[in-house]
Write a protein that binds this ligand. Structure first.
Ligand code: BES
Ligand code: MN
Ligand code: ZN
Length: 502
């Protein structure tokens, strides 16, 4: 979709639809919507006084203008209350509005910069949120649909119209930033939505290589033989049941070459399919486990943003990619594996494979001298039980980095919530035969998983993000659509930007 920003009079635009907004509780529309209301002889104020438009967030009212003004239709979208308003509201309503138009066969529209007036939003933030909300809200994964004729045609063009010429440039800058962010989230979504017979560890490495090529990043893959030499027994144990060779994928961005210690490592779980292994999962819903590489996808996508925006910090993206299969060569419950740092793990449950592959990826990051680490993983079903699909669970050993990550999420509109890491939880993964066991049983499943990871970060500042719930959405809502969300690619990149600015 093409987004342009220009100055002009909203009543004179020759467009099939014009998107305007209304805050909840406003009875006399002002600004752009006020001008349109007057040109429509008070049609909008009439709808408000009749109670058909309330301005509730996400509410949409379509008015045909019948030649009274140039836009053929006016779409009034509710922004909710002024108190709850922020850029995230703009992101959501932008997605809802363009999907509404597309469903009705409308393929282009104009909009005002939502919230940049009464809402008090910075014009650049509004432009960014509109670009992200529309681009992400229009996303469809249709690679394998033979018949695309029956569906609504693509929405191709959005014009943001601003009265004040001085604001056009900042809105434009916001739009460009939003497009970089949305492009990457879409890359992550595509990787996650792709079936596991296509998105293999080898294919993930291929996508990472393309990103590296396009953005000028360094690209390395550690293959099976080298994993053996390096002692990555935990990662190899997971991969040994599959015909697909595992890959440890590494993307390096050097934005601060004079300060090698100014670094950040992003480590993603890249299980391209999780059957559970010998501790096999039940059949119902198992297809969703093609998305068990969402953490890795978000890391690759974040590296794309970082490569484009070039913050002054060194960032290494690491993806532990493997397939978890049951077979004659698969690891068994009771097996003991040794990770790269020498620590041993009793594999109680082969379905707790994410923490195993991450253990070696985190060791590798430490060996590379990375001092701040953020890992991202669809790690535990317990996370979905705890926080649902609303926010990502955050754990870690460094409150400052935890808060920086949560803060980056406030900027991007991706939500995070911290879970406790009281030492007592560590008892859950105590093993009689090895240094730890890979399953802590039914209690505090997400936290016991984090405690296993903590054994492999040494003294680095570390944050763990469990995206088991947030990596996919059950339905279209705002900037999200059914399927992969691309979370938390935008936040990981934002974190790198925030840390670079400190
Ligand atoms: N990939 C799953 C976690 C998951 C579940 C992600 C549902 C998204 C949706 C992970 O590998 C897993 O199987 N975890 C087990 C751990 C248990 C065996 C200790 C789980 O959560 O049941
Ligand atoms: Mn599993
Ligand atoms: Zn898994």
């Amino acid at each position: 979709m093409k987004i342009t920003v220009k100055t002009g009079d909203v009543t004179r635009l020759e467009v099939p639809a014009l998107v305007v907004n209304l805050f909840q509780g406003v009875t006399e529309p002002g600004g752009a919507i006020g001008a349109i209301d007057r040109a429509l002889d008070g049609a909008i104020s009439q709808l408000i006084s009749d109670g058909e438009i309330k301005g509730k967030e996400g509410e949409i009212c379509l008015i045909h203008t019948l030649g009274k003004i140039n836009p053929a239709r006016v779409l009034v979208v509710g922004l909710g209350t002024v108190e709850k308003f922020d850029a995230q509201v703009v992101r959501r309503i932008s997605g809802d509005a363009v999907r509404y138009l597309r469903q009705r066969g409308i393929t282009s529209a104009a909009t005002i910069a939502h919230g940049a007036g009464v809402g008090g939003l910075d014009p650049a933030a509004s432009g960014q949120a509109i670009a992200e909300g529309t681009t992400l809200g229009l996303y469809r994964f249709s690679a394998y649909l033979s018949d695309r004729d029956g569906r609504a045609p693509d929405f191709t063009e959005l014009t943001i119209v601003e009265q004040d010429a001085q604001r056009v440039e900042s809105i434009q800058e916001g739009v460009e930033l939003g497009q970089v962010m949305a492009d990457a989230a879409i890359l992550a979504r595509d990787m996650v939505n792709e079936p596991a017979n296509i998105m293999t560890p080898t294919k993930m490495a291929g996508v990472a290589a393309q990103v590296a090529d396009a953005e000028g990043l360094e690209f390395t893959v550690i293959e099976t033989a080298q994993m053996r030499e390096m002692g990555m027994g935990a990662l190899l144990g997971v991969a040994q049941g599959s015909e697909e060779p595992p890959k440890l994928i590494i993307l390096t961005y050097t934005g601060d070459p004079d300060n090698p210690d100014n670094n950040l490592g992003l480590v993603g779980k890249g299980i391209t399919f999780d059957t559970g292994g010998i501790s096999i999962k039940s059949a119902g819903g198992m297809e969703a486990m093609k998305g068990d590489m969402a953490g890795g996808a978000s890391v690759i996508a974040a590296m794309q943003i970082i490569g484009r925006l070039k913050p002054k910090i060194n960032v290494t993206g690491i993806v532990a990619a493997a397939e978890n299969m049951p077979s004659g060569t698969a690891q068994r419950p009771g097996d003991v594996v040794r990770a790269m740092n020498g620590k041993t793990i009793e594999v109680i449950n082969t379905d707790a494979e994410g923490r195993l592959v991450l253990a070696d990826a985190l060791c590798y990051a430490r060996q590379q001298g990375i001092r701040r680490l953020v890992d991202v993983a669809t790690l535990t079903g317990a996370m979905v039980t705890t926080l649902g699909k609303v926010c990502t669970g955050v754990m870690g050993n460094n409150q400052e980095l935890i808060e920086a990550t949560i803060g980056a999420g406030t900027e991007t509109g991706e939500r995070f919530w911290q879970l406790p890491m009281f030492d007592d939880y560590k008892d859950l993964i105590r093993s009689d035969v090895a240094d730890m066991k890979n399953s802590g049983g039914r209690q505090a499943g997400s936290i016991s998983a984090a405690f296993l990871l903590a054994e492999f970060v040494d003294d680095a500042a570390w944050v763990h993000l469990d995206i088991a719930g947030t990596s996919t959405s059950e339905r279209a809502k705002g900037h999200l659509v059914k399927g992969a969300t691309g979370v938390p690619a935008r936040t990981l990149a934002q974190l790198a930007i925030t840390l670079a600015a400190r």
